[in-house]
Design a protein around this ligand. Structure first.
Ligand code: PMP
Ligand code: GLN
Length: 401
């Protein structure tokens, strides 16, 4: 990601971040008219009752600052959801804070919990804001590789153990995982939790895709494991669960000492945002049972549509257990380099994807991976898959010939 700000203007800790890969690739899609399977935002709106609740809130004057920790009815709804669906009750007054999307919760947590020089262990590939959040906090990233293992991604427990040092402050964890589509198994979570307890680490658990799991898999919160509640800050957001990525209503839940720290940072970042949207998300959470099964099954169907057509065209994709991302092996299209493939896909096939190197410190580890988002309409997915298939056939015919 090239930085377009002169080095003498921008603080050293932000140099090298440039603009996000998602903004860049969406711009490319708009400029070229390509189908956008890059940035992960759904092409459909959220539940009607939640949209209606937002309209009603605006019309009835719910338009001034909410309390800094969030509207009480939203915090109560989050507390209910965590207790019922994850088995972890939180006190809505002292253990929950509403934020400007999960992004603010993550940044505020890192700012509030890390001293400069503290090490933050995280699995790579990782969501791009993690690197910037750690950098803004003056922390040091220590990545542990999720490597292809058959058609899934897995980590080496010895590598995780070796990454933890006396300087490790926290583990920044994400499941269901962007961009691999991995849902950590109960066994993997147990192993991670045991190491965190053994080394007395704090944990920030990013669960924004908590409801987007498929094939009967259910999300388990790391905070629910023995010894974990008191050290874990769980981060989630309405964006992915309710198809409202633009509302930017997120939250963090955890023991009072962690939530107080996050709230202290957060009050000077945004103080608070989106009062009517907070009211609507409270309604969304209360009515989630009439929405989430449909969302999950429509996404699973779309995953199968895209993955099935790609497989028929000889394009190799990894298993997607959760999230709305499919990782494709660029080598199956004759490209050892996923960045080159993404450039050619946009200009020659009319499809925008994300080169997965954007999610790695050790770029070589993700060199041949490309991420496709399948939270798009069926006809867009079908057309994109056909274009990628035709492109692959062309490339492979040229290389053979
Ligand atoms: N974490 C992960 C893993 C994500 O993929 C995203 C992007 N959707 C976020 C956090 C940010 O979420 P929000 O849009 O609620 O800030
Ligand atoms: N989380 C979204 C993705 O991974 C993008 C969010 C953003 O554009 N910052 O595609």
């Amino acid at each position: 990601m090239p930085s377009n700000v002169p080095a003498d203007v921008m603080a050293a800790r932000l140099r090298g971040f440039g603009s996000t890969i998602f903004a860049e690739m969406t711009r490319l899609a708009e400029r070229t008219g390509a189908l956008n399977l890059g940035q992960g935002f759904p092409s459909e709106d959220g539940p009607w009752f939640m949209l209606e609740a937002a309209r009603e809130a605006i019309a009835s004057g719910v338009n001034q600052y909410p309390p800094c920790p969030g509207l009480p009815e939203l915090r109560a709804a989050i507390a209910g959801q965590r207790a019922e669906d994850r088995g972890t009750p939180y006190d809505p007054d002292s253990e929950i804070v509403v934020t400007a999307g999960a992004t603010e919760a993550l940044a505020a947590a890192l700012l509030a919990l890390c001293e400069p020089g503290d090490e933050v262990v995280l699995f790579e590939p990782y969501y791009d804001s993690y690197a910037a959040g750690v950098a803004m906090a003056g922390g040091v990233r220590v990545p542990v590789l999720l490597r292809p293992d058959g058609d899934r991604f897995a980590f080496d427990p010895a590598e995780l153990r070796a990454a933890i040092s006396p300087r490790t402050r926290l583990l920044l964890f994400n499941s269901p995982h962007n961009p691999t589509g991995k849902v950590f198994t109960a066994e993997e979570l147990r192993l991670v939790a045991e190491l965190c307890v053994e080394h007395d680490l704090l944990v920030v658990a990013d669960e924004v895709y908590e409801y987007l799991t498929y094939d009967g898999l259910r999300h388990l919160s790391l905070a629910a494991l023995p010894g974990m509640r008191e050290r874990t800050l769980v981060v989630s957001s309405a964006g992915k669960s309710f198809n409202v990525t633009g509302w930017k209503v997120g939250w963090a839940c955890g023991p009072e000492r962690l939530v107080t720290a996050v709230r202290t940072a957060k009050q000077f970042l945004t103080f608070a945002v989106g009062t009517p949207f907070q009211a609507a998300v409270a309604a969304g959470l209360l009515g989630r049972r009439q929405w989430l099964d449909g969302l999950r099954s429509s996404l699973a169907r779309r995953r199968d549509l895209l993955a099935g057509r790609l497989a028929a065209a000889g394009v190799r994709a990894y298993a997607c257990e959760g999230t709305y991302f499919l990782q494709v092996d660029s080598r199956s299209l004759g490209y050892p380099d996923g960045e080159l493939l993404c450039g050619d896909l946009a200009t020659r096939a009319g499809v925008v994807a994300i080169p997965s190197t954007a999610f790695y410190d050790r770029k070589h580890a993700g060199r041949s991976l490309v991420r496709l988002a399948f939270c798009k309409q069926d006809d867009v997915l079908a057309q994109a898959a056909d274009r990628i298939g035709a492109f692959a056939a062309d490339i492979l015919a040229t290389t053979k010939g």
